[in-house]
Design a protein around this ligand. Structure first.
Ligand code: ZN
Length: 206
């Protein structure tokens, strides 16, 4: 906890004076144009990757950046609840599914969840079974983990469209869906193109 108190004090002394005005404005309400769905992995920081300020991105993090299919039942749907709020209440204009390299959730999907995390992780990763099956059916895959991480992003984008209000907003041109993938070792962001392939964002001046 000492680490957190120290960090908070740095935030108050170094950042708050410049950020105060922004937060006063944000206290009146949030209107983020972008929703990001990414992994809980501590090495993936969407605010850093996209150099975004508070108020710009509505972020949902879960194991392996998964979007479950639309299932309005009595189960506790944390990701679906956040999605509904972002799309129907905040009316975000973009949803970005951000996958990443060395994803432990995808590893659990491929190798089975370790026994110490067997209560929920294995069951949660069942959402990604179709991605695993597609990759396994592909004969020329040389990096199973990478192929599966990419496929999980594609699957989450497909599942997003099982939510009728997402589909409706996309068809009306009010909402766009995007797939991205972050290389932890390289720091390179890839974007899923209309051809269904991931390609690195070209380097350019900011
Ligand atoms: Zn992950």
């Amino acid at each position: 906890m000492d680490r957190l108190i120290e960090g908070y004090r740095r935030f108050r002394s170094r950042h708050w004076p410049q950020e105060r005005e922004r937060f006063e404005h944000l206290a009146r309400g949030q209107q983020p144009p972008i929703m990001v769905i990414t992994c809980s992995d501590s090495r993936v920081d969407p605010s850093m990757i996209f150099d975004a300020a508070p108020g710009e991105m509505f972020i949902v993090r879960n194991v392996a950046n998964l979007v479950p299919p639309y299932a309005p039942d009595a189960a506790y749907h944390g990701t679906s609840a956040a999605l509904e709020f972002a799309v129907r209440a905040l009316q975000v204009e973009h949803i970005v599914v951000l996958g990443h390299a060395q994803c432990g959730g995808v590893r659990a999907l491929l190798e089975g969840a370790p026994p110490t995390v067997s209560d929920f992780v294995g069951q949660w990763m069942q959402i990604a079974q179709p991605a695993r099956q597609r990759v396994m059916a592909c004969p020329d895959v040389h990096d199973l983990q990478l192929a599966c991480e990419h496929e999980v992003v594609r699957l989450s984008l497909e599942n997003l469209q099982t939510f009728w209000w997402v589909r409706e907003a996309v068809e009306a041109g009010r909402l766009r869906l995007h797939g991205c993938y972050f290389g932890i070792r390289t720091g390179v962001l890839e974007i899923l193109g209309p051809d269904g392939r991931f390609a690195p964002v070209p380097e350019g001046a900011a």
